[in-house]
Design a protein around this ligand. Structure first.
Ligand code: KG4
Ligand code: ZN
Length: 339
């Protein structure tokens, strides 16, 4: 079973090949530098950039996998959520390829993709031992706690009521004058700072539910900066370290609450913010404290990629005992929900 996967939900043009559940190739053409000039992703620009990049990216993914288009059994593509015009480039390309090759095209939810980034290691593990799994998805657009009872059996148990964790990183990084995307830049600066230097709010950390809120943090940082303009690098690194600490404290505290409530066998991590070193360390520690299995995707599978999209499709097909179901026509859906 060979799947060609395509992902264009935001500013990464990505293609990958999955063969029997293993990643054969994973190509990502990032537009981050271009959007950096504008301080964030410009949807119109993103869509326009996907168009010339999509075919060469697919070609590279096939070349890396040493396969031709004819050897592909199915095509998987991100249907949503994401930017409408960006999604359309991937969906239209996938559907055109599907018609031309006479192969099925499988629509995939981007967020489910971030979950399946945890399945890049070939899972010969008995799924009995993995499930139920609790997954923290932390990306630029979403912050979710998902309970996964089995493949395809997902339930959102917590989510952000305002900004996403990645958004909190990006917006506070912008206030510190760091470029886009702000998350990695802020994390880099934080390494040299004192995380206790500023006591930023940790909104909803003690609330009874599993929801998150990050917009107050941005306001607190803005207030601190306008009151005490960061005069030197020392001050800036301390701000970065304290911001990072506040965001991650909340993410870990809520995951811990969810562990106590749902008693999962495994905890998993996903989304761009999962690339954050401190979060990875604290997540690992959490699994040790509660004696749980843990999977944390390799860095290339944390931020947007197509391998994770192909893996969702693989497990969907596998669930039907390897028969590729016929998928009807579908269109890009920027607000697609996780079911
Ligand atoms: O999953 P992703 O690539 O795109 C979305 O689906 O949104 O996530 C991008 C987000 C951005 O907000 C970026 O700042 C954040 O992930 N990010 C990080 C790090 N690397 C990426 N945040 C904190 N620390 C990092 N090392
Ligand atoms: Zn994403």
């Amino acid at each position: 079973m060979r799947i060609l996967a395509i992902e264009t939900s935001c500013d990464e043009t990505a293609a990958a090949v999955i063969e029997n559940g293993r990643v054969k190739s994973n190509i990502i053409a990032s537009q981050a530098k271009l959007h950096g000039k504008y301080g964030g992703v410009v949807p119109e620009v993103a869509a326009r950039e996907h168009v010339p990049a999509i075919i060469p990216t697919i070609k590279l993914a096939l070349k890396d996998a040493k396969l031709s288009l004819k050897q592909i059994d199915a095509i998987a593509v991100t249907q949503g959520p994401g930017l409408m015009t960006s999604l359309m480039v991937g969906v239209d390309t996938a559907r055109a390829l599907g018609v031309a090759l006479g192969k099925p095209v499988i629509p995939v939810n981007h967020l489910e993709g971030h979950i399946y980034a945890n399945f890049t290691y070939h899972v010969s593990r008995n799924t009995y031992h993995i499930f139920p799994a609790l997954i923290l998805i932390v990306s630029g657009g979403h912050t979710l706690l998902v309970l996964m009872k089995n493949h395809g059996k997902l339930k959102i148990v917590g989510e952000t009521v305002d900004d996403a964790a990645g958004e909190a990183f990006d917006k506070t990084a912008k206030l510190l004058g760091l470029g886009y995307p702000g998350g990695p830049a802020l994390a880099k600066l934080a390494k040299q700072g004192n995380p206790q230097a500023f006591n930023f709010p940790r909104p909803m950390i003690n609330s009874k539910n599993l929801d998150f809120s990050f917009s107050g943090l941005k306001t607190a940082v803005l207030y601190k900066i306008t009151k005490h303009v960061p005069r030197n690098m020392y001050h800036k690194t301390n701000l970065a370290a304290s911001i990072q600490q506040a965001i991650i404290d909340v993410l870990i505290a809520k995951t811990e609450q969810a562990i106590k409530k749902y008693r999962p066998k495994t905890i998993m991590l996903g989304g761009g913010v999962a690339a954050n070193n401190l979060l990875r360390q604290r997540y690992q520690l959490l699994s040790i404290n509660y004696q749980l299995n843990v999977t944390i995707p390799a860095l290339e599978y944390c931020t947007d990629n197509a391998a994770m999209i192909g893996l969702v499709a693989y497990y969907k097909i596998k669930g039907q005992r390897s028969k590729v179901k016929k998928y009807g026509p579908f269109s890009a859906d920027p607000h697609l929900m996780l079911k």
